[in-house]
Design a binder for this molecule. Sequence first.
Ligand SMILES: Cc1cc2nc3c(=O)[nH]c(=O)nc-3n(C[C@H](O)[C@H](O)[C@H](O)COP(=O)(O)OP(=O)(O)OC[C@H]3O[C@@H](n4cnc5c(N)ncnc54)[C@H](O)[C@@H]3O)c2cc1C
Length: 458
Amino acid sequence: MKPSLPYDFSTLSIWHRTTRSFPYLHSNHLADVPASAKYLIIGSGISGVLTAWNLVESGIKGDDILIIEAREAVSGASARNAGHIRPDAFRGFPGYTAFHGPEQARKILENERGVLDDIKEFVHVHNIDCDFNLTTTFEVCFSEKFVTEAADALEAYKRAGGDVTQVKFYKGDEAKARTRVAGTLCAYEWTAASNHPGKLVQWILNDAISKGVKLWTHCPVTKVVKHRSTGDQFRWDVHTPRGIVATETVIHCTNAYAAYLVPELSHFITPNRAQSHAFIPRHSLSGENTLKSTMALRYDVGSFFSVNPLRNGTIIFGGTGIRSLSENPEGPSGFMNTFDDTTYSELIAENAKREFNDLSREPQAVPLRHGEGLDHVWTGIIGMTPDSVPLVGPIEGLEGQWICAAFNGHGMAGIFRCAPGLVKLIFGKPWHDTGLPECFQISKERIERFKEPTESSL
Ligand SMILES: Cc1cc2nc3c(=O)[nH]c(=O)nc-3n(C[C@H](O)[C@H](O)[C@H](O)COP(=O)(O)OP(=O)(O)OC[C@H]3O[C@@H](n4cnc5c(N)ncnc54)[C@H](O)[C@@H]3O)c2cc1C
């Protein structure tokens, strides 16, 4: 698919709608860009702002760091997700093993577990008001096929030395009672969290700006080319509609859009549009009946609904939004292969409504009151890679350019370690010091492995 810049007029998520007074939302939106910056970060999602924050923590002067954002601040997936910080406890193990082998697969899952601990600590230490709620999550299994898949994944992860001591398993009536989901055959439970991702990322950005970091919004980077002069320390010229910035270091935190500026990645990073919904619960899911845990309602691999009850009682439904792969006429899964987050799928919204009604378990005859039920729908773009893990590190052949992107819909469970890891690499530390799984490392070989053979090479 042809790479793209972020679309104008994107939908606003519930997180955007509840943080419109963020003072840096439209920072420097009319000003020309500075002529130079030592470190230039493209993208103000969690990858970009956390990279800036960690550069400052590592001793770089805030003044030396410039973040450029195509739209308003934090307008990408980081403030469009379903508000879940849900480490994969075992389920993705076979899929990761198929690409990267069991040891790397185990490291990927352990990394996600560690990220939850890191975010919990970060929010606590800085006393961040982002509705962080450490709770548990259920994997709710609806089909025999998924029951088997989940059991096999758990066993395989255990055999590979994975720690599953904190995963609890329930079946039959106990699973139904604990999850309060009528049709479940069995369920797994482990620790996860819910938060307001917009408030979390805006806090980090605000803190970085208070330490001197500069932010230019509504300013898409259109190309990065070799610096025009040889007489100074700069290596790259970063072009925008409001001028050119000369810089030593470019850090691409552009998620699904990365290939627009690094065309070598156009076959490797592809966009998937995901959709989320905010529901105002009925009697059966409010007050003393408020859900305490988050959930993934799993019908099949690739067919699921995520359910995230927020502290204020609103329930967020995300996931692929389908019960079976044949349910979505718009694409092979609930995710659409597009950069267009200006609109949403009515069909997926209807599916979410059906799921919400089933979860509510109120008699059909009881109508929704005005204000109950579906309150808001939005979409966001996830950056996918063919081997299901992100790209982190220096871009070979483009010395001074770095990337931290394409989190395959798992960024909230990964970036809190990837961005600090990238900063260590920028300071010349070896990969080992990042603590990240080796398979996250970007390399020419990894990118080219997935290139379609051209006719001449056949
Ligand atoms: C609906 C939905 C549900 C999700 N659910 C979950 C979940 O349950 N768990 C989980 O872990 N993750 C989830 N994710 C994924 C998670 O939100 C992302 O992985 C994460 O936010 C990526 O962060 P990022 O900073 O890398 O990218 P983004 O937040 O997308 O930030 C990239 C930024 O770069 C900007 N940009 C791009 N190109 C340019 C350019 N050329 N010039 C200037 N700026 C540019 C964009 O405008 C954007 O602001 C979900 C995502 C969506 C959309």
